[in-house]
Design a protein around this ligand. Structure first.
Ligand code: CTP
Ligand code: CA
Length: 226
């Protein structure tokens, strides 16, 4: 892995990375979101920049500093994230590490929603599907080398392989989010990367920074073979 950074394996390449959660408004003060910290995507952006790439990092709301020599675009919703990514195209390599909200409220109330004082009823929120950012970018004519993440709590490799196929990816990083030691919001990660031949390469538990360097070295090598 260290070799890759010394030789600047991604020098002159444009790398687009999505990171963090998205936030989908319910009303001016409330939203639907998830627990993604953005740490893995930011660590990947830092490692890609160290490998010599020109990195654009499109990030949902997170509490992280921008890595050196990385162009960061902050967004809130999934639709904002897609628009920002489309604006950053073309690129050579896309790494989709964001935990994009799959659904958003069908309508956003223009004023803070009030409880009905005359009733104890619950509230039903109607949600609609968000666009799939990764699948949309991987379906373009100027398709980049496309790397996804699969956050799963069960059937990890099987579900990840299905996403690789259905989104037309080159690689997918399978992430076991049921394990509290790794994945969402933790300092460490441990992943398996699956390729189009369904070969899995295991990266054992290490800090997200170390995993990011190993992943960037692996992605760069596969990109140059493609
Ligand atoms: N992704 C995306 N846009 C979405 C949903 C997911 O770009 N609207 C990307 C993620 O960044 C990740 C990959 O697709 O790289 C897989 O995300 P994941 O949530 O694991 O899978 P989904 O396709 O959303 O399927 P599900 O949540 O139903 O398992
Ligand atoms: Ca999802």
């Amino acid at each position: 892995a260290a070799d890759c950074f010394e030789r600047g394996l991604l020098t002159g390449r444009r790398v687009l990375i999505t990171a963090g959660p998205t936030r989908e408004a319910i009303d001016p003060v409330r939203y639907v979101s998830n627990h993604s910290s953005g740490k893995m995507g930011f660590a990947l952006a830092e490692a890609a920049a160290e490998a010599g790439a020109a990195v654009t990092l499109v990030s949902g709301p997170v509490h992280l500093p921008t890595p050196q020599r990385v162009a960061r675009i902050d967004v809130v919703s999934a639709r904002d994230m897609l628009a920002a990514c489309e604006g950053a195209m073309p690129c050579d390599i896309l790494i989709a590490a964001a935990a994009v909200a799959d659904y958003r409220p069908e309508a956003v109330a223009s004023q803070k929603m009030k409880k009905d004082p005359g009733s104890d009823d619950g509230l039903t929120l109607r949600l609609v599907r968000n666009p799939d950012i990764l699948a949309t970018l991987a379906a373009r004519a100027d398709r980049p080398f496309s790397v996804g993440f699969a956050a799963e709590t069960e059937h990890l490799l099987d579900y990840a392989a299905r996403k690789l196929k259905s989104k037309n990816l080159d690689l997918i990083v399978a992430n076991d989010v049921a394990n509290p030691q790794i994945g969402f919001n933790s300092e460490d990660n441990a992943v398996s990367v699956i390729d189009r031949a369904l070969q899995a390469t295991r990266f054992e538990q290490a800090s997200k920074g170390q995993i990011a360097r190993q992943l960037i070295a692996f992605i760069a090598a596969r990109y140059h073979q493609s």
